[in-house]
Design a protein around this ligand. Structure first.
Ligand SMILES: Nc1ncnc2c1ncn2[C@@H]1O[C@H](COP(=O)(O)OP(=O)(O)O)[C@@H](O)[C@H]1O
Ligand SMILES: [Mg+2]
Length: 258
């Protein structure tokens, strides 16, 4: 439908010397434009691999990935990505880092600077255009990464545990920020997290992945109005359901960790 991102029968194996690691098996998932989807799963279940396939960092896989019916390989710049560590160039300023994210569209340098500054403003860092990454806090560095990922105006933004390295308060602040950006920019968000509360706070749908080989085990709809309150009865009820889904899956002691 429309410009939906469609994953069909997606599987990915890694070959390690004489061993095959089956990282993803038969992932089927359709994400609609404008959605905010969160993906949760235990460490090693294939969450990052899934995002790397979508952004095109891994080209060797089985199955298909399409946006609006077009194979992902031909849908350039429709997808941006934010990693857990900010991956900024330490020798470039905030403005230069974001500028660097621009593709080779034939626009003038002045226009490019304008676009970069607009993104920096969107993430609330206008006063820091000339700062270097080491002069910024972890939360601010992630804001720059978000600006850089959005600079080509992608339809989809993939976020791989983007707030995982931040302290609890900064993390909550960044969750509010990403919601605001989602509401302002209408970018479809696909956020991977190991934090169930984060997923419930943000997601319209939450996909729970099974342990290796990773696949979509269950999808929860979260119909609570935003902004969501973590102490609300309905919030806690969804949290219980999701935890139950995790426990049910493994007979072993709870293996859910970073
Ligand atoms: N480049 C790689 N080579 C070999 N195995 C890999 C590679 N990348 C990931 N894997 C394996 O695939 C599985 C899924 O990894 P990953 O997607 O990073 O999980 P997650 O992000 O959910 O923690 C893990 O068992 C991991 O060891
Ligand atoms: Mg990962």
């Amino acid at each position: 439908m429309g410009n939906s991102l469609k994953l069909e029968n997606l599987s990915k194996n890694f070959v390690l010397r004489d061993r095959v690691v089956n990282a993803l098996a038969d992932v089927n998932f359709e994400i609609l434009e404008n959605e905010f989807v969160c993906i949760v799963g235990a460490s090693g279940c294939g969450k990052s691999t899934l995002l790397r396939l979508i952004i095109g960092l891994e080209k060797d896989y089985e199955g298909s990935i399409q946006i609006g019916g077009v194979p992902i390989e031909k849908a350039e710049n429709e997808v941006g990505m934010v990693f857990q560590e900010s991956r900024l160039f330490p020798w470039l300023t905030v403005e230069q880092n974001v500028y660097f994210g621009l593709d080779e569209r034939a626009i003038s340098k002045t226009e490019k600077i304008r676009v970069a500054r607009e993104q920096i403003e969107l993430v609330g860092l206008s006063d820091f255009e000339r700062a270097y990454p080491h002069q910024l806090s972890g939360g601010m560095q992630q804001r720059v990464s978000i600006a850089r990922a959005l600079v080509n105006n992608p339809k989809y933004l993939l976020l791989d545990e983007p707030f995982g390295a931040l302290d609890a308060l900064t993390r909550i602040n960044m969750q509010q920020e990403i919601l605001r950006i989602w509401q302002e920019e209408k970018t479809t968000m696909i956020l991977v997290t190991h934090d169930i509360d984060e997923a419930i706070f943000l997601g319209g749908r939450i996909a729970v992945m099974s342990n290796r080989p990773g696949t979509i085990q269950k999808i929860f709809n979260v119909e609570l109005p935003r902004p969501r309150e973590r102490s609300d009865y309905d919030f806690i009820a969804i949290r219980k359901k999701i935890y139950r889904e995790f426990f049910q899956e493994s007979e072993k002691p709870f293996s859910y960790s970073i």
